[in-house]
Design a protein around this ligand. Structure first.
Ligand SMILES: [Zn+2]
Length: 343
């Protein structure tokens, strides 16, 4: 595609904003960021950064687009939901036409420490678009260990939290919340619901933090911000570094060690279990040929294979991971995986 105006002309309004100016814009254009999760928060963040002209955006997400995502997840369309496209690929499909200057690198996978090493190589910034604490603590450990800034964001109902983390300077996620709360004790978007304006608000602050961290890292405030879109409330919580923080003071990073994690994980409130494959990749065309006749193939694409067997629907990805829909029983999901896909 031929660009009609120079990058600086294109971003003239952003460049005119004095704290960014030409120097900041150049930094944004040469920056590489990793966005983890392309759903509700992630979609808004991606759109902001691509429109701002970021140089390279790596996007990782393990899920496929569903119709129930459309009320909040701005990058996705009805067609993508019908095709159950992997979110990372669907995001690139939507982002490319609005930001041809940004190099977009999608990855359809469950993020663990090993993959984070690969995707995080050489990035200036990591952005949290996830919906689970396990991955956030992994991001915090990885970023603190490597000195890479990252931006935490979380939303439920009409409110949310934002925390920019600059390792070595400001507080980290483990300073704010030393240990993850036990599973099931916090409200989630499944139990308490969520509204799109709250998502947009939290994601907008995350994207602003991202720009500031790229343009003016030293000036980026270190504070936890709580916003409430329903009651029009913003609360700032000064957050000093914990001098005894497990992560940024004692430099203990248990979440990097637990990389492998359990093989099956129940996806909260979705009647779905995710099963991790072995080390190798899955030959999807060969699997499709093997399954034809024995099961009902619902979708077959280079990136995934979806089929139905009894009352379960299995979606297998090229990295050998599968989503088993129709059960919350991890053992049953593992059994179906091993039976139809093979360990
Ligand atoms: Zn800390």
């Amino acid at each position: 595609m031929v660009a009609l105006v120079s990058a600086l002309d294109r971003h003239a309004r952003q460049v005119r904003f004095a704290p960014i100016s030409t120097r900041g814009q150049r930094r944004i254009e040469s920056a590489r960021a990793l966005l983890v999760g392309c759903g509700a928060l992630g979609g808004h963040i991606a759109q902001s950064l691509v429109r701002a002209g970021i140089g390279e955006l790596r996007l990782v997400d393990r899920d496929t687009v569903e119709e129930t995502n459309l009320p909040r997840q701005v990058l996705f369309t009805e067609v993508q939901a019908r095709l159950a496209l992997p979110k990372a690929l669907a995001s690139v499909e939507s982002l490319a036409p609005i930001g041809a200057r940004t190099v977009l690198v999608p990855r359809v996978a469950h993020l663990d420490a090993r993959l984070l090493d690969e995707l995080g190589e050489g990035v200036d910034l990591v952005l949290d678009g996830t919906d689970n604490l396990e991955t956030r603590y992994l991001l915090n450990d990885w970023c603190v260990a490597r000195g890479v800034p990252w931006v935490y964001g979380g939303v439920v109902g009409a409110s949310g939290l934002v925390l920019p983390v600059r390792p070595g300077t400001g507080a980290c996620l483990a300073c704010a919340f030393p240990t993850p709360p036990p599973a099931g004790t916090l409200p989630t978007c499944e139990t308490a619901g969520v509204i799109q304006p709250a998502v947009a608000l939290v994601a907008a602050l995350q994207a602003a933090c991202a720009l500031r961290l790229l343009v003016d890292p030293e000036g980026t405030p270190s504070k936890l911000v709580e916003v409430d879109a329903w009651n029009l409330r913003v609360r700032e919580l000064e957050l000093p570094r914990d001098p005894d923080c497990r992560a940024c003071a004692r430099r203990e990073f248990p979440h990097l060690a637990d990389a492998a994690g359990p093989r099956a994980t129940r996806l909260c409130g979705r009647n779905t279990v995710q099963v991790r494959g072995g080390a190798g990749r899955c030959d999807l065309p060969a699997l499709a040929a093997r399954l034809a006749g024995a099961t009902r193939i619902l979708a077959s694409a280079p990136s995934l294979l979806r089929f139905e067997v009894d009352d379960l629907r299995l979606t297998v990805f090229a990295d050998a991971r599968a989503l088993v829909e129709g059960t919350e029983d991890e053992a049953r999901a593992l059994a179906a995986y091993d039976r139809w896909i093979g360990a």
